[in-house]
Write a protein that binds this ligand. Structure first.
Ligand code: AMP
Length: 299
């Protein structure tokens, strides 16, 4: 695996590979890698000749400076995991490389409701920062395919919209959520939980499963209320539980009227904020739509 810290060096390498016909799969991360991240690398390896992973803790997407400070940065362990997974290139830039003084790196797009609901309500500025860094990294790497996790469902929806608005010729591949044995979605934040809380956090996935089993026979507002109640136990404090349209993130009232429906939640436990989601309806259509958007870009 080659490690690049400078944009110019990375670009020279990628240009040469592209000239020789290689297709590039890109996986942006903030490091502290776990099997969820590795699953994206594996997916990229199945589909592309060259995988480029970035590790960059993007300061502009943290609305809480303490969270940025506490974000783990176990670089050598991460590099080992990427080598083991078969990654071709690791891009590990400094902040000045990503945001050089004088370069306009601001993305001025209007995502409408997509950035305002759910996470957008509780993490002001987060998605604007995320869109900026993903756009900048896409400009640097110029991949054929971008691999992202369904774990961050709202992020995925916004990136999909950004690709559409910017008219980029990039295939966005959404990868399924990798979970711990008890069902808790893998996250670098899980390491900050006590053993007991980590075990009990299975309640989040259990509640999402329960929602999936009951969404056809229970009115949506009742479903939401019960789901919140189920997760309001011991140290757990749910922040929201939303059942939304998978394309527009509109709150669902009548499930019959939507092609795709997703339940999304954020829960606090021991000062750690966990997010998770489950597609209740239209999993295949979601993937189809991503491709459809890209076809409209190409035609
Ligand atoms: P992060 O390093 O948290 O910014 O995540 C980098 C990428 O890994 C994003 O596309 C995430 O959605 C994805 N990811 C994080 N956790 C998981 C997981 N448990 N399963 C699948 N993908 C994940």
């Amino acid at each position: 695996m080659l490690i690049f810290k400078k944009v110019a060096d990375l670009q020279a390498f990628i240009s040469q590979k592209k000239a020789n016909g290689a297709s590039i799969g890109f996986i942006p991360t903030m490091g502290a890698l776990h099997s969820g991240h590795v699953s994206l690398v594996e997916k990229a390896l199945e589909e592309e000749q060259l995988t480029v992973v970035s590790i960059f803790v993007n300061p502009t997407q943290f609305n809480d400076p303490e969270d940025l400070k506490k974000y783990p940065r176990p670089f050598s362990k991460d590099a080992q995991k990427l080598i083991k997974a078969g990654t071709s290139v690791l891009f590990h830039p400094d902040v000045e490389e990503v945001y050089p003084p004088g370069l306009e790196t601001q993305v001025n797009l209007d995502f409408g409701r997509l950035t305002r609901v759910m996470e957008g309500n509780f993490r002001p500025g987060h998605f604007e920062g995320m869109a900026n860094v993903v756009s900048r990294l896409l400009d640097i790497v110029r991949p054929d395919s971008l691999f992202m996790g369904q774990k961050d469902f709202q992020q995925l929806t916004i990136v999909k919209d950004m690709i559409r608005q910017q008219g980029r010729r990039i295939r966005l591949v959404a990868c399924p959520i990798i979970r711990e044995k008890n069902g808790l979605a893998r996250s670098s934040r899980n390491e900050r939980l006590s053993e007991e809380a980590r075990e009990k956090a299975s309640i989040i996935n259990k509640t999402l499963e329960w929602t999936s089993e009951n969404h056809l026979q229970t009115p949506i507002n009742e479903l939401q209320r019960e789901a919140l109640e189920k997760m309001e136990v011991g140290p757990f404090k749910p922040e929201y539980f939303s059942i939304v349209d998978g394309y527009t993130l509109e709150e669902v009232q009548d499930p019959q009227k939507h092609e795709t429906i997703v339940a999304c939640t954020a829960v606090w436990v021991e000062d750690v904020r966990l997010i998770d989601n489950r597609i209740l309806k239209g999993k295949e259509i979601l993937r189809g739509k991503i491709q459809e958007n890209l076809q409209s870009v190409e035609s």
